[in-house]
Each structure stands twice: as structure tokens, then as C-alpha cells.
Design a protein around this ligand. Structure first.
Ligand SMILES: [Zn+2]
Length: 228
């Protein structure tokens, strides 16, 4: 059991370096059988020690936890992914790339023909892959129902974006969750940049009409220039 606590500390330091869990936000939870492990609320993620880690059951009841610390507000959201997706690990990131994607796209990020999609379990290069975006709430625990609803509606997605907030990503174990989180982080930045360039990330190469795509990105621009 001490291994999983050390793993959470190690990954938290790594994710802190990526800017995913700074300012005490975000985190990672790992499940081992019917026990779930995660950091307490509001702690410096790069300074975690194994003795800081909470152990809870599948309903969120604390089995073991550090003195004077509160369970993370993310706990019910982590538990939802363990229940609905049989996940072995869940990462909650406040990555700037994820947040910016939620400002550029509407209710979904749609993509196809991007090499990094192949890092997502069950997803091939030529597939169309969609990640849902749900709206944020003032209190993180109030996201539970909409997060669960998005997981049910998008069974192929390994992540749910939360607008102006970040992303929840999961995998069968900590290594797959980390791989998924890295691939999605890259893909969120890439699809954002493609959109800014007038390239629709949801269209396959060749299906793209450069003029109409540019008009969609900047409605009316081409017509105004042409009428002068
Ligand atoms: Zn958060």
C-alpha cells in the first residue's frame, strides 16, 4: 500500500512541473481494488509526502487520513470515474491548454487524423474523436452529475473538459491515465491552434475547403474584402 502513496507523490511533483496542479488545484487519484488514494484538499502538490495521502472506500468514506486535513473536493468526481468507467486512476488537471480549449470550442472538442490520437485507448488515427465540455460550477462537488452525464453520453472519451476550469482524465491504471492526460493536453493545444489558423480539426485532410473554413473562423471577412 505504501507504493501507491509514493506514486501519487511522485506523479504530483511531475504534474506540478507541467503546470497541471499548481496553486494547490488539481491532482491524481489511484484505485487499488476497493481502496482509493488521493491527496488532501488545498495542499502544495509538489511537497506531498506518502503520509499525507488519504485512503477512502468506493463510497468516499475515509479509511485512513492525515490529522487535521480535509478530503479533496475532487473526491466525488474521482469516485464517479472509478464507478462509471472502472478506472484505475484519474487525473484532474488545471492545464492552461485544457482551459483555453474550453474557451475556443462549444460543447465538444472534435478531432480526426492527428497522430497523438493513437495514444488514446481504442482510438485510431482516422477515427473522429470527441471530448465533451461541461460548464463549471462555483463549487467543484456540484460538477458530479454533469460529469457523470457526459461520461455516459461520450463512451469513447477518456476525458471530460470543464469550461474555465480544467479537465478530468482517466485510464485503466496510473500509467494509462498519465498517457491519456499527456496526449489530450497536446491535442487540446493542437486543436486550438488549428482552429485559430482556420483549419477545422474535425475534418479529414482533403475534406477541408480552405476558403469556407476561413470564412467560418472569421465570418464575413472574405466578403468584406471582396466588395472593396
Ligand atoms: Zn479543479
Amino acid at each position: 500500500m505504501s507504493d501507491v502513496r509514493a506514486r501519487i507523490c511522485e506523479l504530483s511533483r511531475h504534474f506540478y512541473g507541467l503546470g497541471w496542479v499548481s496553486g494547490t488545484g488539481g491532482g491524481i487519484s489511484i484505485r487499488e481494488g476497493d481502496r482509493v488514494f488521493m491527496a488532501p484538499s488545498g495542499v502544495q502538490k509538489e511537497r506531498l509526502q506518502p503520509s499525507d495521502i488519504f485512503e477512502v472506500d468506493r463510497q468516499g468514506a475515509v479509511v485512513r487520513g492525515p490529522e487535521g486535513c480535509a478530503l479533496s473536493a475532487c473526491a466525488p468526481l474521482f469516485l464517479r470515474a472509478f464507478d462509471l468507467r472502472d478506472a484505475g486512476a484519474v487525473i484532474h488537471s488545471h492545464s492552461l491548454r485544457a482551459v483555453v480549449a474550453t474557451l475556443v470550442f462549444g460543447d465538444e472538442v472534435r478531432m480526426t487524423h492527428l497522430e497523438m490520437m493513437k495514444g488514446l485507448r481504442g482510438v485510431a488515427y482516422e477515427d473522429e474523436h470527441t471530448v465533451p465540455i461541461i460548464d463549471n460550477t462555483p463549487h467543484e462537488c456540484d460538477l458530479v452529475d454533469t460529469l457523470g452525464d457526459a461520461m455516459r453520453r461520450y463512451p469513447q472519451a477518456h476525458a471530460v473538459l470543464v469550461r474555465r476550469h480544467g479537465v478530468y482524465v482517466w485510464g485503466a491504471d496510473w500509467a494509462e491515465a498519465k498517457t491519456h492526460a499527456e496526449c489530450y493536453d497536446y491535442l487540446f493545444e493542437l486543436t486550438t491552434k488549428m482552429t485559430q489558423l482556420g483549419v477545422d480539426p474535425a475534418l479529414a485532410p482533403g475534406a477541408r475547403d480552405a476558403t469556407s473554413t476561413r470564412e467560418r473562423a472569421e465570418p464575413g471577412t472574405a466578403r468584406v474584402e471582396g466588395s472593396r
